[in-house]
Design a binder for this molecule. Structure first.
Ligand code: PGA
Length: 250
């Protein structure tokens, strides 16, 4: 019932030429895939050129962040309308790197989620605990606070358009993947939480991706878990073959 969604988060990688090459390779490799929703999230400078490459394909365009205001004196920031004007459909919000290095809080995540939804962009909302929090047994508490904070004041109709990405911070870019059981446990917890906050329909419909060192050789076991509906892929999304290997894991 939930369509699998695999998204590539290119982070601060790819020059114009690199982005064109990577996007073209991905479009070619995935052209026959229709049972998985595929999203790529290049840096802002490459959004439009990538849009031109993917616009007639089954690959959708995502951005890595947005600002919550409509427009104005916010040097360095990008608005929802700007993203929409270059073909963006999805936007990553609350990534742990944003939270760690750029002062992202549950409050700013919430403002961004509401702005994205108001404008018709689909948010991919990232949550996840640090190693210290996991070791202290705080994983569920932390994830709950982030999910509740992100969707505060968001209607049922709107959360149904959203995607949640569970990304344990200790697994991001470290090569240490959560085991399928560890990930499944948190995914099931998030789904239960959605039921408490909204209802059974929301819990069963919202897609929850796993992120954190997902690769072709560990994707299958993770994606087989009943509550894991896809992946948010960093490092492995920068090589078309690896990204495809997660879309069609062996
Ligand atoms: P990674 O990053 O796949 O390189 O661990 C995932 C992410 O940060 O979204």
């Amino acid at each position: 019932m939930r369509k699998r969604i695999i998204a590539g988060n290119w982070k601060m990688n790819t020059t114009l030429d690199e982005a064109k090459k990577l996007a073209s390779e991905i479009v070619e490799l995935v052209k026959n895939v229709d049972d998985v929703e595929i999203v790529i999230c290049p840096p802002y400078t490459n959004l439009y050129v990538v849009y031109e490459i993917i616009k007639d394909s089954n690959v959708k365009l995502g951005a890595q962040d947005l600002h919550w205001e409509d427009k104005g004196a916010f040097t360095g920031k990008i608005s929802a309308d700007m993203l929409l004007s270059v073909g963006v459909k999805y936007v990553i919000i609350g990534h742990s790197e944003q939270r760690t290095y750029f002062c992202e809080t549950d409050e700013t995540v919430n403002k961004k989620v509401k702005q994205a939804l108001k404008k018709g962009l689909k948010p991919i909302v990232c949550v996840g605990e640090t190693l210290e929090q996991r070791e202290n047994g705080e994983t569920k508490e932390v994830v709950k606070k982030q999910v509740v904070g992100a969707f505060e004041g968001v209607s049922k109709e709107d959360i149904l358009k959203s995607v949640i990405a569970y990304e344990p911070v200790w697994a991001i870019g470290t090569g240490k993947t959560a085991t399928p059981e560890q990930a499944q446990e948190v995914h099931a917890f998030i789904r239960e939480l959605l039921k408490e906050l909204y209802d059974e329909e929301v819990a069963q419909s919202v897609r929850i991706q796993y992120g954190g060192s997902m690769k072709p050789n560990n994707a299958k076991a993770l994606l087989e878990q009943p509550d894991i509906d896809g992946g948010l892929i960093g490092g492995a999304s920068l090589k078309a073959k690896d990204f495809y290997g997660i879309i069609r894991p062996e």
